[in-house]
Design a protein around this ligand. Sequence first.
Ligand SMILES: Nc1nc2c(ncn2[C@@H]2O[C@H](COP(=O)(O)OP(=O)(O)OP(=O)(O)O)[C@@H](O)[C@H]2O)c(=O)[nH]1
Ligand SMILES: [Mg+2]
Length: 429
Amino acid sequence: MERIEALVQGLKIIRSPFGPDCTGTCQILVVSGLIVALIVVSMLAVWLVRHKKAQKRVTGTPSPLSDSAAVQAEPIETEVVEPVEDIDETSVCQQAPHVAPADAVETGTREEPPEAVYEPVKEPEETLLDRIRSRLSKTQEILVGRLERLALRRGTIDRDVYEELEEILMTADMGVTTSYYLLAQLQQEIDRKAVKTIDALKGILKEQIYAIFDAAVAPAEVDVDRATPFVIMVVGVNGVGKTTTIGKLAAKLSNGRRRIMLVAADTFRAAAIEQLEIWSRRVGADFIAQRPGSDPSAVAYDAIHAARARGTDVVIVDTAGRLHTKTNLMEELKKVKRIIARELPGAPHEVFLVLDATTGQNAILQARTFHEALNVTGLVLTKLDGTAKGGVIVGIVHELKLPVRYIGIGEAMDDLTEFDPAVFLNALF
Ligand SMILES: Nc1nc2c(ncn2[C@@H]2O[C@H](COP(=O)(O)OP(=O)(O)OP(=O)(O)O)[C@@H](O)[C@H]2O)c(=O)[nH]1
Ligand SMILES: [Mg+2]
């Protein structure tokens, strides 16, 4: 108590900074008040900072490299998480890289493609099936539509049904050999499974056709990344759709990341060279050509050397369906193939034969001739849209055991699709 009295006395000696009336106890009270206020303010500040941090943790804190724009984007990221739960797992796996691409993190910018995130992955597959179904409507009508009408007229299977079925297979252009093969297989299966209804017969026919596709020697996929440059030589008689197929194929294979080169080794007409050049511009591919009438092998030679020098990923060589000289077309094409192989061992990695589905059985004859001369590795069947002769695809695969790689279902850039037997048959049946 004495000490406090002494302190008060001491303070009275010092001039008060709070006015002449505030000395001693008054000064102690004012100073303590200020200290308490300071402590309260700092505690409030600490609480505010902690509260803000906790809020950020709940909504997902952007990367430390993110700028203020990224902070503003927080609600978008939160929205992304919710709808993804409605999409199946594959969609999450496939879309996730779009949310935070590595390069976006490196540069400190955020790429925001909300459309890609919300794009339902299943949809294109369904659209493709629907598109193929609508384009194959004429073949479907001949092959399956007639069978369905037959089922309505006759409940059970008898000799007449087999006769009508034979006519249906022939009309759909499966060819004599394949039609009889299928009929024999069907009869066997029907007896074995004791099938009585035409509906069940339809199911067996679908299975039998699938077995024919399944037995084709090579898989339908084209692995263009197994060699660089990967060379595809495209052959076929005139007018079947070679150049158009090459344009569509270039768009598909480029996929926005591969460097493609189109080669005009069809030197027969100036218009043919121009047509390919237009496609090269449309799809952003390199283009190699010489004057009309020049040697196709020389064009191929130039292309291989240019592709090696430029680091091209895929080279697609267009060839003639007819020649201006008396030289045999097959000999000319064999020479082009030899030159490519000489300049780039292992190439051409694929030789695609383009066949026009509307030509029906003639396509099988063409396939045989080209395969004998050039060892074709895959088929492209064009113009399946608008023809009732789509059954020819079954005959070709059955007789030649060659895989169909792509089918053309129209003239537009995206009217070329990988041939998937299951999708094809589901579209038909
Ligand atoms: N409907 C339809 N038309 C197609 C398809 N593919 C090609 N065509 C058309 O068929 C015609 C001939 O196509 P091209 O690509 O010039 O055929 P090509 O084999 O290169 O012909 P040549 O150079 O004369 O040997 C063109 O009018 C194409 O648009 C298809 O899948 N469906
Ligand atoms: Mg052409």
